[in-house]
Design a protein around this ligand. Structure first.
Ligand code: JHZ
Length: 418
């Protein structure tokens, strides 16, 4: 049964409150990413309108619709950071750099919002620091607690920040990776950071970069969980509204291109932050003209990918997808392939196996089952891990299988000719 998910549509900017918002692209009634279905189960399959807008006043790019968070981050939320070794390595390295920066300090208190299964907090705990995770999703929280990482199962809000400060004292370090963009009341979240930080404390936050999204045509990362698409130009006034300063931004590769931001109560912007902001100004990121070529590329990329899948099917090839990523939901929705064009989807996550992707209904099979015995070609939905996935599936390629990688630009990967 398909049901429209409870949602509301905003009329004013989520950050500065100005209105009206300008619509950039309507993606129609899209299925909810990360709400996997159970084949033959009785749970409804949710969809909701998905509309990309921007604020002409502060330039914040955002979704018009806010789907009820309890529906999005439900008890069977299937995303676990620890499934992707490259992501674990990224967070462990990042944690190590921060631990080194606290080497002279004692009684360091580290709080992480959206701490998921505790991947990032574990090294801080191992280094002897006090840690606290905050995450609303039951399954990853249970995993974090199993590893001994204390975790509050709630959304991070200003109210909860006050509660943490009263209970544990202020934080030396606040971490939030890939969560700011998920927050409907972004002012309340940033107010929470301001409440929680010590006077000399700092926040280190990773957010997906709007410029990388546009440059790499990563349009599939637009889905209901991602309410904001972030530029430094839009972020700086958001932090300053709450007495915080954006002091640094560094480009990192995760999730198709992100920024690692540093925010503090005091300080001046670093030279590289100023350079990145100058680049955004040069490219007129706050204007409609910046988005137009990207919106056209989305249509072209979808047409080309649909044609490539159809062509392989016409050659009699058996085609599956790989990576039941959240972003795959938007890609498959936009491709709108005929039923049966893809047979199923492979994925490494034990938490996803046996379930099905919403919308397409593709059943998720364990990744090691990918073999030339069953499949000739694979559409890679987790294109951001292409290197890792191609190298893990060398045998499939050597046996004559091929990968179709849609983003940033459609390409076929086949075994090199002998
Ligand atoms: P991955 C996630 O998006 C979820 P997703 C979330 N909604 C969010 O906001 C963003 O991150 C930022 C699988 N895989 O990490 C694992 C293999 O099968 O790109 C995942 O299911 N084999 C919170 O879901 C999927 O692919 C592999 O070798 O789009 C990748 O999902 C590897 C490396 C991954 O994010």
């Amino acid at each position: 049964m398909i049901t429209t998910a409870p949602h509301r549509s905003i009329t004013a900017c989520r950050s500065c409150g100005a209105g009206p918002l300008e619509t950039l692209m309507a993606f129609g009634q899209s299925p909810l990413a990360d709400r996997l279905t159970v084949p033959g189960g009785s749970e409804p399959e949710y969809r909701a309108p998905l509309t990309l807008c921007h604020c002409p006043a502060c330039s914040l790019c955002q979704l018009r619709e806010t789907v009820e968070p309890d529906i999005l981050f439900h008890s069977a939320y299937p995303y676990f950071s620890s499934v992707s070794p490259a992501l674990v390595a990224h967070f462990t390295d990042s944690a190590q750099c921060l631990i080194d920066s606290f080497s002279q300090a004692s009684d360091v208190f580290v709080v992480e919002a959206a701490s998921n299964d505790g991947t990032m907090l574990a090294p801080f705990q191992a280094a002897g620091h006090r840690v606290l995770g905050i995450d609303p999703a039951a399954a990853p929280v249970a995993e974090a607690r199993r590893k001994g990482i204390p975790t509050d199962q709630v959304f991070f809000t200003a109210g909860h920040a006050r509660h943490i400060r009263d209970r544990h004292g202020p934080a030396d370090l606040f971490i939030a990776n890939n969560v700011l963009a998920h927050v409907a009341d972004v002012n309340d979240f940033v107010a929470g950071i301001a409440i929680l930080l010590k006077d000399q404390g700092c926040a280190v936050i990773e957010v997906p970069s709007l410029m990388a999204l546009v440059d790499d045509c990563a349009f599939d990362t637009i889905y209901h969980q991602h309410l904001l698409y972030l530029s430094l130009t839009a972020l700086a006034p958001l932090f300053s509204r709450h007495g915080l300063v954006l002091t640094d931004a560094e480009k990192v590769w995760v999730h198709g291109g992100s920024f690692r931001l540093r925010i503090a109560r005091h300080g001046a912007p670093s030279a590289r932050l100023l350079d990145l902001m100058a680049e955004e100004a040069r490219r007129d990121m706050g204007t409609r003209a910046f988005f137009d070529p990207f919106l056209q590329r989305i249509r072209t990329l979808c047409d080309e990918t649909r044609a490539a899948v159809t062509d392989l099917a016409n050659q009699g090839m058996r085609i599956a997808a790989y990576g039941a990523a959240a972003k795959g939901t938007t890609l498959l929705h936009m491709l709108d392939l005929p039923a049966g064009a893809l047979r199923h989807v492979y994925d490494k996550s034990p938490w996803k196996a046996g379930k099905a992707m919403p919308g397409s209904g593709l059943v998720i099979r364990p990744a090691p089952e990918l073999s030339r015995d069953d499949v000739d070609a694979v559409l890679l939905l987790a294109w951001n891990f292409a290197d890792e996935i191609l190298s893990e599936n060398r045998r499939f390629l050597e046996a004559g299988g091929q990968f179709l990688i849609p983003v940033p630009k459609l390409r076929h990967v086949r075994r090199p000719a002998p």
